[in-house]
Design a protein around this ligand. Sequence first.
Ligand code: EPZ
Length: 417
Amino acid sequence: MQSIVVEGKNRLSGEIKVQGAKNSALPILAATVLCDGKTVLTNCPALTDVFSAERILTHLGCRCGFSDNTATVENDGIKNPHIPDTLMSEMRSSIIFLGAILGKTGECSLSFPGGCELGARPIDIHLAALRRMGVSISEEFGMLRCQVSKELHGAKLTLPFPSVGATENIILAATLAKGETVIRNAAREPEIRDVAEFLNKCGADISGAGESTVVIHGVKKLHACEHRIMPDRIVAATYLSAAAITGGEVTLTDIRAEDIESVMPPFEEMGCYTYISPDSVYIKAPKKIKRVKKIITLPHPGFPTDAQAILMAVLCRAEGTSVISENIFESRYKHVPQLVRMGADIKVEGKAAIVGGVSKLFGTTVSATDLRGGAALVIAGLAAEGTTTVTDIAHIDRGYDEIERALSSLGGKVSRI
Ligand code: EPZ
């Protein structure tokens, strides 16, 4: 079992390129199921979730490759529209394959994606929409059996919640369906725009992706294409946090200004100087950061839930008390007890976390509870006295392409053992 070891109290400085976005690469890899031929995805991060997605594609009958941050998927027909439990349980977001497999083959069976560290992770919104598009779905013994009854057809859908995964699943199912699909109250995360850009390059007819109403006109077929995965705005927020908690000065390159805007206000309120240009962000942090009155996680363009744990780690060292309100997932505070073990002063009351700034954090051994919670512990370790050892780092490797190398390149003393 590997661990990440952090020697605290080193100021970060320098320049770093942001990796490709996990939450764009995964739905786009699922979308290759719809595309005949060889898809080439550049700027694709080397993540365990990406490799899990490629294992699913291989199982479905595609030939996959990965080298030097380029993923390839050769699809000359889906041989087997069934995802076994072993592959489903590797990555809960594998549900994103459902819409694509149905769109391509008209049938799909997979095991019900279990919950995860963040909570139950229901898929009711996904299934209700697919039923409206002509899919009959039975759930038995933990298996989902989906079958297009007559034909997969468009529908006018209003989502009860702007679910990212449900929006993506519907778009994937609608690209080859008959007629027009309209999604109202769609999720507006930038990754959805990237998925639509990829699909339109393959011959799809999607408009409005990234806005709250998306319209898809079904086409007969999709061909493969080459696409560059967009930069990862949550990894960018992670590096900005590393600079903020160490009084550092860092420039991030290959990050789109419009994608990072939703996480910038707390850094400015802390007293960091930031400068955003079209494809880079500069941050210079003060020696002592100030508290942030309130961080409220919301669907995009609100503050992203994925950056909540990471900003919480920074605020443990702020002067004064900050309040965080987590409104997207029902249990996304599993990192709090681990931060408290490092000397943080955090109280959770329902959706709210009250973070009292402390003058010192202390290095100790802590365990990653989930992807972003694990990253938060590494960030806290950068400012802690002594050595912090983070265990269970498989969670972190799901979303960060060698986090220790990235932080070390900025002067952090971070290693993997
Ligand atoms: C995506 O998850 C991301 N994952 C998550 O990132 C991210 O936290 C989340 O969107 C919100 O931005 C990927 O893109 C692979 P949702 P997803 O459907 O699609 C409820 C990370 O750290 N809901 O928008 O699962 C759900 O329970 C990961 O990279 C239903 O009730 O998020 C949750 O409370 C973690 N019924 C809320 O909506 C449904 O059918 C948001 O879920 C679907 C969702």
